[in-house]
Design a protein around this ligand. Structure first.
Ligand code: DC
Length: 226
């Protein structure tokens, strides 16, 4: 049986995470937060004092990652690494920046491929990332490339961090977003770019609800059975 898949790709702060989570919950489908896997590899390396540029060591971590995604009794998502709750550390900007470095390592990407594909189980999957439609799920029935201006993305990231009670600096975030965009788009392996058959949605000035409604409408066309 082919599992219906919606691939949502796009740059940091484009709203992919929020939109993907809402879509998965509305459709009752599974969610793959592929960025969390790259963040977990980065965090695992930091915790083990592995140097940032050590590709073989990071590839081993990626292949042997002991990670669990859970939702607690209050409906809060938790991520466990080696049995420890790392939910907050995972979202820190330092983790995100290192994730972008390890995500450029071809052997790390290769080691995470099967794990990502394993999320495609019935009744369906919403896959959130950078290369969902181009590399991991090239046969996905619906591919969306969600973007927004760099200024809007920095502002959204700032508000997200503040809401979580984390330290944030708008100018610094804006610079990091530009830097991460450049690294994610320029890397030779699985660079950030829309699949040729992706629908591009620019969410600048759109509410989350408007984006979700647009993707749901596209999903009903792509998967008439839902
Ligand atoms: O979406 P995010 O910020 O959690 O992603 C963290 C980093 O991982 C980001 O710099 C890009 C990278 N990434 C990737 O290369 N491929 C994916 N499918 C998901 C994330």
């Amino acid at each position: 049986m082919t599992v219906p898949i919606i691939a949502i790709d796009g740059p940091s702060g484009s709203g992919k995470g929020t939109v993907s989570r809402l879509l998965a919950s509305r459709l009752g489908w599974h969610l793959l937060d592929s960025g969390a896997l790259y963040r977990l590899v980065a965090l695992s390396g930091m915790l083990r004092d592995i140097s940032d540029g050590d590709e073989p060591a990071h590839a081993v971590l990626a292949a042997t990652l002991d990670a669990r995604f859970e939702t607690d009794a209050a409906g809060q998502e938790r991520v466990l690494l080696d049995g420890q709750d790392v939910t907050l550390d995972l979202r820190a900007e330092t983790t995100g920046n290192l994730a972008s470095v390890v995500a450029a390592m071809p052997t790390v990407r290769g080691a995470l491929l099967d794990r990502q594909r394993g999320f495609a189980v019935p009744p369906g999957l919403v896959a959130d990332g950078r290369d969902m439609g181009t590399v991991v799920f090239p046969a996905a029935g619906l591919k969306v490339f969600l973007t927004a201006s760099a200024e809007e993305r920095a502002r959204r990231r700032y508000n997200q961090l503040k809401e979580k009670g984390l330290a944030a600096n708008l100018a610094g975030l804006s610079q990091e977003i530009h830097e991460r965009d450049r690294r994610d788009s320029a890397r030779s392996v699985a660079p950030l770019r829309p699949a040729t058959d992706a629908v591009i949605i620019d969410s600048t000035g759109m509410t989350v609800e408007q984006v979700v409604a647009q993707v749901l409408a596209l999903a009903r066309e792509a998967f008439p059975a839902i």
